[in-house]
Design a protein around this ligand. Structure first.
Ligand SMILES: C[S@@+](CC[C@H](N)C(=O)[O-])C[C@H]1O[C@@H](n2cnc3c(N)ncnc32)[C@H](O)[C@@H]1O
Ligand code: SF4
Length: 344
């Protein structure tokens, strides 16, 4: 790897999130509130071979962890084949999947056999009706089947990710923690963010980390454990009574109220091969054009290096500065790539 690869704030590039599809079978109100989107043309979606080639190049540049995401990654046919080819890559320490869980029960065995190391499953509510309301098309029982199937195959830890939205599921924080505690899943809460352009985000809809932790502490006292590693987005906690749900019992991703741009080592690859250096970017660098234009590995490496070296993103820091300023923060003033294309 190239030890000198640092961005303008001296941040190294360590984690790669690959969106394998922009399609999704849900329409979560906070992520994809519209019924229809302009989907990426199928020919423009990177093939598994193209993803693997890029993965090797990124690993040589310092990437240690890859997360497969989307859209809904399990909608991509034969995803286990991609996992099987990525898992053995030398230098890759962690290969994870973030999924809505709807198709996990039938895919978990093949993913496990292919070498997938960890799974995060999105689960915002334990109430079947509310689940349908939030996801518009989802069926809670399928997600629960997927979770337990994955657990029975030995995936550990499994994290359940909940986006907490005021007036929607903020009354379920304790239920989700208890569900994790009883069934040995790590419950992770994500502050509602202004991703994409259509969720009409307002800070009043966001439940801050302090409030979430306060609610949990009132029933299940917690001990703060810090971050898994310096650049991890989640601040982790253990139950003070020593009951272990998973390696980590509770986590909160507080990108709005306690942004972690200063230690952000994440880079994203969109389903159509754009390299994006921040979740809130409005454009990306077209690596597919290089791949399909016959560029050598050396040329692609040089392009990635120059994009990373020029990186100055600190969007969440700037949002907090604006939120705390007299002028306030206007999420619509800044156009962003939709989260489904760039891989949440
Ligand atoms: C975009 S999804 C893609 C993977 C998969 N479809 C899933 O739902 O897990 C990745 C993660 O982003 C989170 N997410 C989506 N929109 C968000 C928002 N507005 N604020 C915070 N997290 C969000 C989801 O809850 C999910 O955990
Ligand atoms: S959060 Fe995941 S499941 Fe929900 S709409 Fe977005 S991509 Fe689909």
């Amino acid at each position: 790897m190239s030890p000198a690869l640092r961005d303008k704030y001296s941040r190294p590039m360590r984690d790669l999130r690959i969106s394998v599809t922009d399609r999704c079978n849900y329409r979560c109100a906070y992520c994809m509130p519209l019924d229809e989107y302009e989907w990426i043309d199928r020919q423009e979606i990177l093939t598994f071979e193209e993803i693997e080639r890029l993965a090797r190049i990124f690993i040589a540049l310092g990437i240690e962890k890859i997360r497969l995401t989307g859209g809904e990654p399990l909608l991509r046919r034969d995803l286990a084949r991609l996992v099987a080819n990525l898992a053995p890559l030398e230098g890759l320490l962690d290969l994870c999947l973030t999924t809505n869980g709807s198709l996990l029960a039938e895919n978990a065995e093949a993913l496990r056999a292919a070498g997938l190391m960890r799974i995060n499953v999105s689960l915002d509510t334990l109430d079947p009706q509310k689940f349908k309301r939030i996801s518009k098309r989802g069926d809670l029982s399928k997600v629960l089947d997927g979770l337990f199937r994955a657990q029975s195959l030995g995936f550990d830890p499994i994290k359940i990710n909940a986006v907490i939205e005021r007036g929607v599921n903020d009354d379920e924080v304790l239920d989700l923690v208890e569900f994790g505690r009883i069934n040995r899943f790590a419950a992770r809460f994500i502050e509602y963010m202004d991703v994409g352009n259509s969720n009409h985000w307002h800070s009043s809809k966001m439940v801050p980390k302090q409030e979430i932790i306060g609610v949990i502490n009132s029933r299940f006292p917690l001990v703060e454990r810090g971050r898994e590693h310096g650049s991890a987005p989640s601040l982790d906690y253990l139950f003070a009574d020593g009951i272990r749900a998973a390696g980590v019992d509770v986590g909160v991703i507080a990108s709005v109220t306690e942004p972690f741009c200063g230690s952000c080592t994440r880079v994203r690859l969109t389903a159509d091969g754009k390299l994006v250096t921040c979740l809130f970017s409005n454009s990306g660098f077209d690596l597919k054009a290089l791949l399909r234009g016959g560029a050598s590995d050396k040329e692609i490496t040089a392009a990635v290096e120059s994009v990373w070296r020029a990186r100055t993103d600190r969007y969440s820091d700037e949002r907090l500065e604006a939120l705390e300023s007299a002028k306030g923060y206007d999420p619509e003033a800044h156009r962003k790539i939709e989260m489904i294309s760039l891989g949440g």
